[in-house]
Design a protein around this ligand. Structure first.
Ligand SMILES: Cc1cc2nc3c(=O)[nH]c(=O)nc-3n(C[C@H](O)[C@H](O)[C@H](O)COP(=O)(O)OP(=O)(O)OC[C@H]3O[C@@H](n4cnc5c(N)ncnc54)[C@H](O)[C@@H]3O)c2cc1C
Length: 537
């Protein structure tokens, strides 16, 4: 047997919070410093070898659909590997599905964002039901009686995996069904019908082409009722304790996100309750969408962080041509470039999460405008970062035993889900049109213009944003949205990151735009930038 040499030790055990300077600074700054101890403990739990292994197992042993029992009775149940359940238990115990609603306080959304950012680095599939449950709360509150019944279960930190009527359970998770076979972006095409039953409830007939995490206890869905497209709560069990008439047709065979089940379902007169005003389904469910879009930013920032942490860890231990990889000048450039991308994604995500903690007009504008913009750009960057970080590991990065292929396969989903890239950019245009104070709020966020590069970039951006209001040019919406996010990221880094990081970001992102990583110009302190992003125990 050959001698194993020049291989890095696994990046475990390590603390995902204590070893992440950018995240630690961000939670202090954005109002969640009080959560530091809890996050440190959570970071240690996630970084244990046994927790890391759960992520691998949950993806290797993927969910299985059982449509019928052995006698032919409908079951419509999905079996998950024990690792999935264990990870969900860890996440619910940390309150990642509902803590800002169950225990509201300044910084609560930021603290939760930090927790989910770390969880997604170890396993992203379980993030899906957590994000949907978190997002469901403001929408459920449109129906006070239903909220009074369901919220105590949603606020529970138990994980109750049993499949039975929610009233018998100690906790509940909520999913979402909007996308139909004929259209997902254009929700007005939803064809599922909701017929009044005469007792205030409705019966749903139709299908959903995507309904993830089908073992959730209930789903928020859209359906056409007599007054138009409306939002409904669709539980897995009826009030008579019978399985609701929801048939799971099949599970999607997905590129990534494989630990999680995403189903196609048919409704055959399924019991459902109206949420919010009849005929106003899209505005009602879109409140959920805003929160799940925030979660796409958190999830993709977390993926980026994990990819960069793994790459830097590898490069610090692997030697080629008589030097550690991290000390080879061209590799230092690549790693520093990846590190600033990661830091920029994290700081804007945590700033955005703070807007979900705050009241007032400015916070509302940030939520409305920056949520789709940041979702577009961060999620678009994730596949590039995960791919480049994979290459840092050389051939081993392409092998399933490293986490890199899983990160790479996961990376595109947040861009598609909950409003694909173009839809996000069109939403930014709509928000600009409808929010008179948007430019003032943005100008305030971009700061006092002490950095000449940002000042010039922001002035150009403002001109283009004003022009957009007069001439709504959809064809340019991606460029405008990208530049808005770059300006916000630059402003945050100038204000809060070490000057060398801010300098590198402005030098490389506010000009021509980047086409690949490792193109940082001369004269920057690349070692310091890469060192700052190194994970630590
Ligand atoms: C893993 C996974 C899990 C999912 N889970 C769920 C779930 O739980 N619940 C749920 O409801 N949905 C779910 N979805 C579905 C997802 O939200 C939709 O796929 C997404 O919203 C896009 O809808 P679509 O697939 O119908 O694409 P389409 O609407 O057909 O869009 C196709 C492309 O056209 C673009 N496009 C559309 N309109 C325009 C326009 N006017 N201008 C320019 N470009 C445009 C879009 O950006 C997109 O790139 C899931 C998807 C995936 C991949």
């Amino acid at each position: 047997m050959f001698e194993v040499q020049n291989q890095p030790p696994p990046l475990e055990p390590y603390n995902l919070f204590a070893g992440d300077a950018v995240l630690r600074d961000a939670i202090e700054r954005e109002g969640a410093g009080w959560a530091k101890d809890e996050l440190t403990a959570f970071g240690a739990t996630l970084g244990k070898p046994e927790t890391v292994q759960l992520g691998f197992d949950a993806n290797r042993f993927t969910p299985q659909l059982r449509t019928l029992d052995r006698y032919g009775h409908r079951l419509d149940e999905v079996d998950f590997h024990p690792a999935w359940h264990e990870l969900l238990g860890i996440a619910l115990n940390a309150g990642l599905h509902s803590s800002p609603w169950a225990d509201p306080r300044p910084g609560a959304h930021v603290a939760r964002a930090a927790g989910t950012y770390m969880l997604g680095q170890i396993e992203s599939g379980v993030y899906c039901p957590l994000a949907m449950t978190y997002g469901s709360v403001p929408t459920l509150r449109h129906a006070p009686a239903i909220a009074a019944e369901w919220l105590p279960r949603i606020f529970s930190r138990n994980y109750d995996r049993s499949f039975r009527p929610a009233r018998l359970k100690s906790a509940a998770l909520v999913g979402m069904g909007m996308t139909e076979n004929q259209g997902g972006s254009d929700l007005r095409t939803n064809a599922t019908r909701a017929e009044p039953s005469g007792d205030g409830s409705f019966r749903l007939h139709g299908h959903k082409w995507f309904m993830s995490a089908p073992m959730c206890d209930a789903f928020l869905v859209l359906a056409q009722s007599p007054k138009g497209l409306s939002c409904f709560l669709l539980p897995r069990w009826t009030p008579a304790d019978e399985r609701n008439a929801i048939q799971i047709i099949r599970l999607k065979d997905k590129l990534g996100n494989r630990s999680n089940a995403s189903s196609e379902v048919e409704f055959l007169g399924a019991f459902a309750q109206l949420i919010g005003e009849e005929g106003r389904g899209i505005p009602t469910i879109i409140e959920m969408g805003n929160h799940t879009r925030l979660d796409c930013c958190i999830g993709s920032s977390g993926l980026i962080r994990q990819a960069v942490a793994q790459a830097i860890h590898h490069a610090r231990h692997r030697t080629a041509f008589q030097k550690k990889l991290i000390d080879q000048p061209l590799m230092t450039n690549v790693l520093a470039d990846l590190a600033i991308e990661s830091e920029a994604a994290t700081v804007i995500t945590m700033r955005l999460a703070r807007a979900y903690d705050e009241g007032g007009d400015a916070a509302q504008v940030i939520r409305r405008l920056v949520t789709p913009a940041a979702k577009f750009w961060i999620c678009k960057r994730a596949p590039f970062v995960t791919y480049e970080a994979m290459e840092v590991l050389g051939g081993s990065g392409y092998i399933e035993e490293s986490i890199m292929p899983r990160l790479y396969r996961e990376a595109p989903v947040n861009s598609i889900w909950e409003g694909s890239g173009n839809i996000m950019c069109l939403d930014v245009l709509r928000a600009m049109e409808r929010t008179p104070s948007a430019i003032d709020v943005l100008r305030h966020e971009l700061g006092d213009g002490k950095d000449a590069r940002l000042k010039a970039f922001s002035e150009q951006l403002e001109k283009r944003l004003r022009a957009t209001r007069e001439r709504n040019d959809e064809s340019q919406a991606r460029m405008l949205t990208r530049d808005m996010v770059l300006a916000l990221q630059a402003a945050l880094l100038i204000r809060h990151a070490p000057p060398t990081v801010a300098d590198a970001f402005c030098a490389s992102r506010l000009g021509e735009g980047t086409s690949a990583f490792g193109l940082l110009p001369r004269g920057l302190d690349l070692n310091a930038i890469a060192g700052r992003a190194a994970p630590a125990n």
